[in-house]
Design a protein around this ligand. Structure first.
Ligand code: LMR
Length: 334
């Protein structure tokens, strides 16, 4: 399948896994409304679900039809990876097996290895040139690492994991603290893994071009902002009774839209495969400060890091290295 860039008038083909779940229930409507690929572009949606949820996904497809979106060309519901990913330009891999109570990390990674090795292979065989794959399902960074490894013919940089949710959470808290609109805050990044070790970094923060890191109370930053952002997912589950859904979908929309259209120089957080930047092992899918340049995500180069930053980045490298080592083992058995 030719790339989307080479065929500016054909519909964009987009797969969403976990299509009967809560995140997809918000994400699919945003996609069909043109919030990601623009209001000029028709869209073919592939709804991928596990067999026992296909019927529910069919109900979602019925509701999409009932919304009469002018841009929505086709909706396909399937439980087959190969059908879902055939010719796709973009894939949102939302469905996963997050860790359950009492489950070991190795067991959780094995359950996900089966899903993401299968999906990576199907993408490798069928996706369009230039495909963009965004992994949302947890553990998102390592699931993206697994999918990328299972797709050796697709450039590794085509696989991202979602850390825009962490970025947006930090941005919102900083906006309240500084009493300035979020849109005026630049230079934010959340380094690392979408987990408790993640590192929201304010060192490069500016408002109106002026550095503001020195104006932010250090105690608040280290003891409130950092842990609160890292644990926000758990806080939402406790208060709402369910995992974040609409905010995760909204962050996925932000991520893919910026990946396609660029960020106009603005920093965003993108978890993407390292090519050795900032001491992160090559291949680990890591949250980096990123600008979307001509649709290609580029890691902001050459930042000077202090000891505080370096230590927290190293803790994330260590955690992801351990997950990757377990994931690597799975390739010998799956
Ligand atoms: C979130 O950050 O909201 C989620 O990753 C939390 C979860 O475990 O579902």
């Amino acid at each position: 399948m030719e790339s989307l860039d080479a065929a500016p008038t054909r519909p964009v083909k987009v797969a969403v896994s976990g299509a009967a779940g809560n995140i997809a229930y918000s994400l699919l409507w945003r996609l069909a409304a043109g919030d990601v690929f623009g209001v000029e572009r028709q869209i073919d949606l592939r709804l991928l679900e596990v067999p026992e949820r296909v019927r529910a996904a069919e109900g979602v497809a019925m509701e999409l039809a009932d919304s009469a979106f002018p841009l929505l060309a086709t909706v396909t519901v399937t439980d087959e990876d190969t059908r879902a990913f055939d010719g796709v330009d973009a894939a949102f891999l939302v469905g996963s097996r997050p860790r359950t109570k009492g489950q070991s990390r190795a067991d959780m990674l094995e359950a996900n290895g089966r899903i993401f090795i299968g999906q990576g292979r199907a993408l490798n065989d069928g996706a369009a040139e230039g495909v963009r794959v965004l992994v949302v399902g947890n553990p998102a960074n390592t699931n993206a690492y697994i999918a990328a490894k299972a797709a050796p013919d697709i450039p590794r940089s085509s696989f991202n994991a979602l850390m825009r949710l962490d970025h947006n959470r930090a941005l919102s808290m900083l906006s309240a603290k500084l009493a300035v609109p979020a849109a005026q805050i630049e230079g934010l990044v959340v380094w690392g893994n979408h987990s408790d070790t993640q590192f929201p970094d304010i060192e490069f923060l500016t408002v109106g071009g002026k550095s503001v890191a020195g104006d932010i109370d250090r105690d608040w930053y280290e003891n409130e902002l950092i842990p609160r952002v890292a644990k926000r997912g758990g806080e939402i589950i406790e208060v709402r009774g369910q995992s974040s859904a609409a905010s995760a979908a909204s962050a996925a929309v932000d991520h893919m839209r910026d990946w396609v259209a660029g960020t106009n120089g603005r920093w965003v957080t993108v978890a993407q495969p390292s090519t050795g930047e900032y001491g992160v092992d090559e291949g680990l899918v890591f949250g980096f400060p990123t600008t979307g340049l001509n649709g290609r995500a580029s890691i902001v180069p050459g930042l000077d890091l202090n000891d505080f930053q370096r230590e927290r980045i190293a803790a994330n490298v260590e955690a992801l290295r351990e997950e990757a080592a377990i994931a690597d083992q799975l390739f010998t058995s799956i």
